[in-house]
Every structure is written in C-alpha cells, then in structure tokens.
Design a protein around this ligand. Sequence first.
Ligand code: NAG
Ligand code: NAG
Ligand code: NAG
Ligand code: NAG
Ligand code: NAG
Length: 684
Amino acid sequence: MHLYLLLLVLLRGDVTSAITSEAASEERIERVERVMSQLTRQVMLQQLYTEETARSGGDSGIKQVRMQRDGSKPYYTATHTSNAVASIHDHSNHERTCGMGEVVAVLNGLEFRTRHNDYMLKMPSRSSVDYHATQDIPFPDVPPAVLQRTSVDDQITELREWFKAWRDGDTSVRDYRKYFKPNLCYLEGAWTTDVTLDEPFDSDRHQLEADSWFELQEQIRFTSYTGDKNSNENFAYLPTSVMNITEDGMPTFAQWNYRILCHPVSGDLPFSHLKPVDNLAARIVGDDSFDQYVASRAARFSVNPTGKDEQFRWYRLDQLMNQIPGKDNYQGKLNDTGLGQIKLDVFNGQPLNAGFYHRWYKVAGRDAMGEKVASRGFADRNLWVAETTQPRVAPVSVANCKNRWQRRRGQCDTVVKRVSYAIPLEIVYLTPIHTWNPFKLPYRGEHSSTLGKTVRADGRNGGMTPEKAYNGTNSEAYYLTPSQFFSGGEVGRDKADTTRNSVGVLDKSGKVRAVKSSGVRIFLPKIAGLGVLRTRYPIMPMHDEGDPVWKELEALRDVVMDIGRYTKYLRSPPNLASRPITNNTTAPTPFTHTVLMTSPSLPDPVGLHAHTIDLNLEQFRRMRNNRRTLTFDTSEENGHSHSVKVRYDRNTNKFRIIKCDGKPRCFDGHSAVLSEGNKRSVVP
Ligand SMILES: *[C@@H]1O[C@H](CO)[C@@H](O)[C@H](O)[C@H]1NC(C)=O
Ligand SMILES: *[C@@H]1O[C@H](CO)[C@@H](O)[C@H](O)[C@H]1NC(C)=O
Ligand SMILES: *[C@@H]1O[C@H](CO)[C@@H](O)[C@H](O)[C@H]1NC(C)=O
Ligand SMILES: *[C@@H]1O[C@H](CO)[C@@H](O)[C@H](O)[C@H]1NC(C)=O
Ligand SMILES: *[C@@H]1O[C@H](CO)[C@@H](O)[C@H](O)[C@H]1NC(C)=O
C-alpha cells in the first residue's frame, strides 16, 4: 500500500511538470497505468503470501482471547483460554443469548478479530435462500408427563427425573431425546463483495460501533497502534483485500466478514461422545485437578464417540458439520466438478452436495482405477468449506484446461467459485428449562417494546416485594424457572455474567414468585440428586494445534502424564517400583492466591454484575490470622470498580465488606458478605 501512495505522489509531480508533447504524455500515462496495474497485482499477491504462510503455520481455529491478567510465568496469561475457553460466559437472563467474548480466530489462513460476540440461538433459514436469512432455533417442548402434574412440586419432581435420564443417557423409562436437543454452534467466515458495513450477525448485547468499513478500519488502526481499547468491546478487525484485477487493471476489493450461528443436530449426541481435552497451563492457573478443570469454564472437549485415541480420516464430527449449510442455507444444492471430476461424499459415494460444509471428499479414479480421497486445503485439519451462489460472496476464478492443446488455443473453461469456511464452536444442549413455566408468568415480548418495558416499569428491579418484583418476563428478563427446582446457587460465576440468583416476578394474579433465569447456561445450578450439569460443551479447534511444535508437545504431554502406559516410548524408563507414583490427593497444593467475589448487584442502576478481589498469601494471612482490615480495589465491571475495606469475621468465618467507596453499603446493592474460592471451580 505504501508503494502505491508513493507512486501517486511521484506521478503528480511527474505529470504536471513539463509536458512536452501530447504523444509523449499519452505514452507516459500508458506506462504508469501498466505499472499501477502490476503494483496492484503485487498487493494482491502480498495478501496471498501472508495467508499462505499462516495456512502452513497452523489450522483453522481459535488463536487468542483478550488478556485479563499477568503472572510470574507466561502461562498465567491468556491463550485460546483464560478463565473460560474462548471467553464464553452466561447471559442466562436473556432468552436466547450465548455469552462469548472477543477472540482472534484464523479461518483458512486469514486471521481476524471478532467483536464481543454474545451470539444468539439462530440458524440459517430452512425455507429461504436469501443471503443471511435466519430463523430462531426452536426450543424443545416440556415432556407431557411433567405438564400433566398439577402441583408445581410434582412437576419439579417429574422434571428432575427427565434430567436424570438425560444425564445418564438412559432412554428406557423416559426417552429424553425429544426434549433435550444438541445444537452445533459454528463460526463462519467469507470474503464478501459488500461495500457498506454489514453487521455480521445478531446479538442483543453488542453491535459494531461503526457506520462504514473505513470507520471500522480506522478504529482498529487507532486502538492497535495506541494499545487502547473500546470499553464496549464493539470493534472488530475484519481485513479488506484485493481479490482480483480487471482486464483494464482496476482492483476488485473483497471484505472479510464472519458470523456465528447454530444448527440443531439431527439425532442424539450423548455427553459420553464428548471427551475433555487437557490443558496443563489452564489447570495450573486455576489450581485444578483434571476433574476440576473438566468441571470449569476453561475446559474444551473433542467429539470422540469411542473415547479412544486413534488415527482416522473422517469421523463423527464430519457427520455433524456435513449437516450445516453454507450461505445458500438449507435449500442449497450444488455439485462440485471443480478442476475435473465431480466430488463425491465420503460417507455414501454419491455426488457431494458442496452447498454444505465438508472437508474430506472422493473423486472417482480415471478408467475405473479406484477412487481418490482428498481433503480441502493443503494441511489444514479444520478447513470446512461450503460453496455458494450468493453474489455477495466474492468469486474466484481460474481457467481450467483439459489438456495442453486447449491451453495453447486458449479454449479453456473458466471455473468460478464462491465459498465460505466454518469451524465448530460448541455443542449447546437445549432443555425443557427454556420454556417450562409452571407459574404461568406472562411473557411481554422484546424488552425494548412498549409492553416489554412494563416489566421494569416504576423502578421494578426483580425484588421479592410486590412493588419491586418484575411485572412478568421479557426477552432480557427471562426468568421462568421456579427457584426450588435447583438446589444450589449459580455455578462458577464469571464477571461477564448478568444472572442473579433469584428474582421475584409477579404472576397473573399479582403474586410474587421466586424464579431463576431460563436462558442458556454453561452449567446449570445444582439439581438435587443430580449435581451440576453442563449444557455448553466448547469443541472449538485451536489454531496452534496445527503447528508441528504443538503436535510434538502434545505427544510429550501424553507420555509424561501417563508414564505407566507409555513406558515403551521412554529412553530410560524411571524405576517405578522403587519409587511408586501415587495420587496423593491429600498433599496441599502450592498456595497461589485467593479470589473473593461479591454477591451479584441489583440490576439497577448499572446492570447486573459482580466483582472479584484478588488476595495474595500475605494479605490473606494478615486478615485471617492477624485480624487486620485491608483496602482493595475490586475488579472493574459494568464500567466501575469499588474501593472496599475488607475484614475477616471470625464468627461466620467469612470475609466481609465493612466500607464500600467510603459508605456502609455499595451503591449498587452488593451485600457485605464475600464468597471465597478458587476463581474457576464449581461452587454450587
Ligand atoms: C449433480 O450431479 C448428479 C449426478 O451426476 C445429477 O443427477 C444432478 O442433477 C446434479 N445436480 C446439479 C444441481 O447439477
Ligand atoms: C478476474 O479478472 C480477470 C481479468 O483480469 C477476469 O477474466 C476474471 O473473470 C475475473 N474473475 C472474477 C472471479 O471476477
Ligand atoms: C403489569 O403489566 C400489565 C401489562 O402492561 C398491566 O396491565 C398491569 O397493570 C401491570 N401490573 C402492575 C401490578 O403494575
Ligand atoms: C490415580 O488416579 C487415576 C484417576 O483417578 C487412576 O486411574 C489411577 O489408577 C490412579 N493411580 C494410582 C497409582 O493410584
Ligand atoms: C501425601 O501428602 C501428605 C501431606 O503432604 C503427606 O503427609 C503424606 O505422607 C503423603 N502420602 C503419600 C502416600 O505420599
């Protein structure tokens, strides 16, 4: 680009100075045009070079989340995971929002950065072929066996049995599969022809704060060069590229864009098919055993029905991704004859519907010489590609010559393709919780509609009195579930969460009902007799897993973590008999720090939130053993932090806030009692 500008400047001087003759200047302009076109082509090739290098450096996948803390070792800081993998979190008071922060991702060698995602449960349209037409993912029904019970307590008892059947994968008495539905949420990206800014996908919490691609680029340039940050996390780095040069030397630009959607998986996908992927760095940071890590937001999973580690080409994840359409939506039907023979589906040998995502394909060999198998890309494990006919997706073309004879005569066919790429993000299980409404609380629609606004009218904030309780529910105060269905509080709260433990909602007769939020959660609060159940299973691949160093490291990790099983790979196996390795779970782990967490605030005036306070060992001891009062700044949430004086209360064995911003109580309603614990562990 620099060259380009330089040339323009030079050119001006050149052209205005001494024009000798018309012919000479015409010749000069022609020469300049030629050079410009060549340079433009070089700019396009530079982009290709950058992508090619990234393609061989790693797979399509998530690369990085925003850093929130530092530490004495590099692994204390964020990778693709921090407290939570890909910064996922809950907004379960929203009807259909899955919390997910900003990430850097790579799709087919193109690196980009998202805004704060908070995507909604939407899927491509089943009926429309319009560009980016979507529809809501249907919520599953409540089992009739539950609705038949008259009392709320009886409904709770019955519904718990259904959750138990789901947890145990037991269809014998209660066939849960109709009422507990897996959805595969995915990240899709493509080069578009869009000239005006296009909000990539729906979120009821975040939008790009720009009116044009130019403005967005300037915002990213500014924040990247200064290190500044948009406090609403509404900037995204979405590159622009030269995609083609026309016959007369003009560049055709393409704009990268991405979106997150979900697809209702056909058939069941039991939890047992999702295997946790270990992450030592995250475990050290969270001070987690493997089981604690699996029960934390930092954990990632892989689809692996057998649970075995083995080599294969296509497997269950391909069957799942193959169900997802590209940008022609579910109606899409495209044959791909690409650069020769028609591509075939690896599962059934029929012509592949290239309008759906796939990575492996077959082609019939020439002269019945068997068949050939290939995967999309050179060495990208996660390059799922779908073709499309949408004119808003930028085309690429090539001359396809059947033989040298055709080439020499310039009689080759032109093949034009438009494609998008996708990677899986997570499996989100929807349960009857989302619609089960035994108190028959009235739903008043969109929170911003006239009716929706009556929910919070007259200073109603979800309190437990008739004056303060919400007047019904809406899309952002989606509280339907009787509190007594769960036996514990919220699980593993994260700072970005907006859910309060219980709120009061007026039913039709004006009675206050204590209910909990009914949107999507990573973990459901504890259910009596069942414990804590996870409903979001992150399965996103990582960019760095495609790096040869990572592959060797992971092999090494497997050997070290399970020496007994992998002894034959060791050069000189340790003498395990003389010094037995035991699982000493009683040994104290090194104390790192303690995290105190405030109770949730009231929803008003600054929105629901909670803060954390980090204590080091010395501060912890001074307060706990020496009865000292210390002052801390809490973490910043919803645009503010508090300066709090904290003391350890020996009667209740709890840390308490005794002054908040110089006042006896925090202005936004955090209670005095702080909860204590590992910052990520499940605290039901
Ligand atoms: C795709 O190929 C199959 C078999 O060759 C053919 O039956 C079908 O009509 C083709 N579909 C399209 C959309 O070209
Ligand atoms: C790219 O430009 C060339 C001319 O340089 C043209 O022949 C080709 O059709 C263009 N490709 C696309 C996909 O527009
Ligand atoms: C609750 O909202 C409904 C609908 O807007 C309204 O008719 C009703 O009077 C409200 N109830 C109270 C107690 O404010
Ligand atoms: C250590 O714990 C693991 C998992 O809980 C178990 O499989 C293994 O047998 C235990 N090893 C010893 C030596 O107790
Ligand atoms: C386990 O750790 C505890 C605490 O350090 C120690 O007292 C005990 O001897 C250890 N047990 C074994 C079997 O190593």
